[in-house]
Design a binder for this molecule. Structure first.
Ligand SMILES: [Zn+2]
Length: 226
């Protein structure tokens, strides 16, 4: 599924968080150890099993497979963060106590060391999908001074996350992408949730050739008619 897992940390305090910790939790820890960093929490861009772990959807649920993910981190006592609209599914699929999942609303600010990031609620691919924006004008921020947005399954280079899933909404995705186009600085790098069409883009490029370019709602809904 070519998922990307991201680590964002402060090189001074040596603290980091993992975004979409899944598939190979031990491998993630090895990278953190190799960088001499300390993992202090996990953030999920959305609830899907390939980003959080747990039980995959049908027909694979019948196979008894459990994908490692935030449950393993929870059992180690690490706090896990997500948007409130995806919290129920994360708790259910990963069998973690509801009060151990820290939920957030749109616009929540989150800090790791001195690096501040903002959770933007971008529903569409899932009800509680969010993108995580790290401004480039902070000391030590990632992205060569331009900042980065970790876009989960909301923005991919040249496309967006699937909208044919039962709780996906093309209409909400339209609003979410329009808002990203409006609010995210053009120089910002975009790091998507899967390697479907490259590992990195920029907001500017997606505004020119991707799905951050302007559409009318009618055009958009015609494109995504089921
Ligand atoms: Zn997804």
């Amino acid at each position: 599924m070519k998922n990307f897992v991201y680590l964002v940390g402060d090189a001074k305090t040596r603290e980091c968080v993992v975004i979409d910790a899944c598939w190979d939790v031990r491998g993630i820890q090895r990278v953190i150890d190799g960088d001499k960093m300390k993992l202090v929490g996990a953030i999920a861009t959305h609830y899907h099993f390939d980003h959080t772990g747990g039980t995959p959807p049908p027909p694979f649920d019948a196979l008894g497979i459990k994908v490692p993910g935030i449950r393993e981190l929870h059992l180690r006592g690490l706090p896990c963060h997500a948007h409130e609209e995806d919290a129920g599914e994360i708790v259910r699929r990963n069998e973690i106590p509801r009060d151990k999942l820290i939920t957030h609303k749109d616009g929540a600010l989150f800090k790791v060391g001195a690096i501040e990031m903002k959770f933007m609620h971008t529903p569409g691919h899932s009800p509680g999908s969010m993108v995580i924006a790290v401004r480039g004008d902070q000391q030590g921020a990632p992205g060569d001074g331009n900042g980065v947005v970790i876009s989960g399954d909301t923005i991919f280079p040249g496309s967006c996350g699937r909208l044919d899933l039962p709780d996906a909404s093309a209409e909400r995705m339209f609003d979410s992408l329009a808002r990203c186009a409006r609010e995210l600085p053009e120089e910002m790098y975009v790091y998507p949730g899967h390697d479907y069409n490259g590992a990195r883009s920029t907001v500017k490029r997606e505004k020119q050739t991707g799905l951050l370019r302007p559409f009318t709602k009618q055009q958009w809904m015609t494109m995504h008619a089921r």
